[in-house]
Write a protein that binds this ligand. Structure first.
Ligand SMILES: *[C@@H]1O[C@H](CO)[C@@H](O)[C@H](O)[C@H]1NC(C)=O
Ligand SMILES: *[C@@H]1O[C@H](CO)[C@@H](O)[C@H](O)[C@H]1NC(C)=O
Length: 507
């Protein structure tokens, strides 16, 4: 396994050796059988050598979609293991893990951690990783959970900057099939994913153990493909609340107050030029030669190029138009411009072994926490279902604007060492936001974001909207450190300020 570095988010191009082959056969997931060259998991997969590519093999999704059947599902209810003793070791802090069975054949995995402080009055944050198809256990164990994986991947250690220091946090593996979730792979768009997450939350709040949190302030935090998930889920929650109030839907209101999106893919038309800009110039080093840059630039600007294809997709384009745009743009722009550097942390050459692999650890604790399937970074069937609809190239900025204008406190953040959702693209998206705070936002200058006196980024606040660029951070912002700060310290300050309904405030 050492011969192949696992990474949080990316399926590395296949340098398969004998050791990793053995590893793969041993751990080939129950849920999924797929070609070996595509079997190493991550948040944004590599398909046929292309980062975020689209498979040409039509039979692939079919063979992938072998699903685990668990006899004892309880549709409409939770199945829970309480206080497994895994991960959160702070005494008196409750945790629970298990499944919400949204149907007899669709089970969504969750892992809940009570706040280390005042759980009865603390807000509740939901966490979603991206992919599409990647597990939220990545965020839990590599980024901001009560425990973090050690650098040799052998165990976990207490995280003093856990996001459950001041909030209740609920990690959710979705769509069905992702991570420890299991069942029929029906979801291929962010909108379909939103509907299932809403159904899961209904089940969660109906359970007597968690009903008390229904009135708590609710937050959605997410990253990466979460640039789609976050705005779509939040807008769906608000729309369902309105329909409940109007009497056209029955259900529990979700008290959504906060949305946080880190290193997110929200508006591809505005974000793809960011790859060209960042590859040419970023705080570390150019990623590729000028000839590679100019080829990618032609692929962007030509009359049948990436820009034209995303535009067609966004102007009511069919799934096939959007899927082709994803394939073209990721083949000709996203992939080649990364050069030899790690797309999630450009200061290092590819592959950066950090954050360390979590697969062995999670599978070793699976039975203790009540998990019923073999864990993998990314479910390729789910990823392929999304690639087939071209959801990747749809624009989630209108939903983000709806959510901001509805008064949901929103933060967009980005690590300046991340290429794959770099700050050039994210800031272009943020600058284009058309909301009631736009004028104020454009009047602001960037201000240093200090944490315990250490400048660790630059930010702007406007009304209940904030943006911050975090220095030294890769794609998984809370997994990094800057200056004299500890790992995750800057992200924890950001999270706690926003969760307590404050604008970003230097300390
Ligand atoms: C683990 O590796 C990261 C990245 O190289 C480093 O910042 C961190 O200090 C390491 N942790 C320990 C405990 O050595
Ligand atoms: C990309 O191409 C356009 C149009 O040909 C040109 O104006 C622009 O300077 C190019 N940008 C880069 C980074 O090469």
């Amino acid at each position: 396994m050492r011969g192949h570095h696992y990474k949080a988010n990316l399926l590395k191009p296949p340098h398969i050796n004998a050791v990793s082959l053995m590893f793969l056969y041993r751990y080939l997931p129950v849920l999924a059988i797929f070609p070996i060259a595509q079997a190493l998991g991550g948040q944004i997969p590599v398909v046929d050598g292309v980062l975020g590519g689209v498979s040409n093999d039509a039979s692939f999704t079919k063979s992938e979609a072998q699903v685990l059947r668990v006899a004892a599902t309880t549709p409409g209810k939770l199945r829970v293991v309480e206080n497994s003793g895994v991960c959160e070791t702070t005494s008196g802090v409750n945790q629970a893990s298990g499944y919400g069975d949204i149907t007899a054949t669709e089970s969504i995995w969750f892992w809940f951690f009570e706040s280390r402080k005042n759980p009865d009055t603390a807000p509740l944050a939901l966490w979603f990783n991206g992919g599409p198809g990647s597990s939220s256990m990545i965020g839990l164990i590599q980024e901001h959970g009560p425990c973090r994986i050690t650098n040799d991947s052998s165990s976990v250690a207490h995280n003093p900057f856990s996001w459950n220091n001041e909030a209740n946090v609920l990690y959710i593996d979705q769509p069905v099939g992702v991570g420890f979730s299991h069942g029929d792979l029906k979801v291929g768009t962010s909108q379909q994913a939103a509907a299932d997450v809403w159904s899961f939350m209904q089940i969660f709040f109906k359970d007597s153990r968690f009903a008390k949190y229904q009135k708590s302030d609710l937050a959605i935090w997410t990253e990466s493909y979460g640039g789609h998930y976050g705005p779509t889920f939040a807008a769906h929650f608000l729309a369902q609340n309105a329909a409940i109030a109007a009497g056209t839907v029955s259900g529990l209101t979700l008290n959504l107050k906060v949305l946080g999106v880190g290193d997110g893919l929200t508006d591809p038309l505005l974000q793809y030029p960011g790859y060209i800009a960042y590859a040419a110039s970023n705080p570390y080093h150019p990623l590729v030669s000028s000839s590679v840059i100019s080829r990618a630039n032609s692929s962007w600007t030509s009359s049948t190029g990436c820009r034209a294809q995303i535009t067609s997709c966004n102007n009511g384009g069919s799934n096939s138009v959007c899927s082709k745009a994803q394939s073209f743009c990721n083949n000709n722009i996203l992939s080649p411009l990364a050069g030899d550097f790690d797309v999630y942390y450009v200061p290092t050459r590819n592959p950066d072994p950090y954050p360390p692999d979590i697969t062995d650890y999670l599978n070793s604790v699976a039975s203790k926490i009540g998990a019923e399937s073999t864990w993998q970074f990314t479910n390729r069937g789910v990823y392929n279902n999304f690639a087939a609809t071209g959801d990747w190239m749809r624009n989630s900025r209108p939903d983000l604007e709806t959510v901001i204008n509805a008064g949901v406190r929103t933060i967009v953040f980005d690590g300046d060492a991340d290429y794959i959702l770099n700050f050039n693209g994210v800031e272009a998206m943020v600058d284009a936001l058309n909301t009631k705070f736009t004028t104020t936002y454009h009047q602001q200058q960037f201000t240093p974001y200090t944490v315990a006196g250490q400048a660790t980024g630059q930010f702007k606040n406007a009304g209940t909207f904030s943006y911050v660029r975090i220095y030294g951070a890769g794609h998984e912002v809370p997994a990094y450190t800057f200056g004299n700060l500890a790992i995750g310290q800057a992200a924890a300050q950001m999270f706690n300020q926003i969760m307590s309904n404050q604008s970003l405030t230097p300390t």
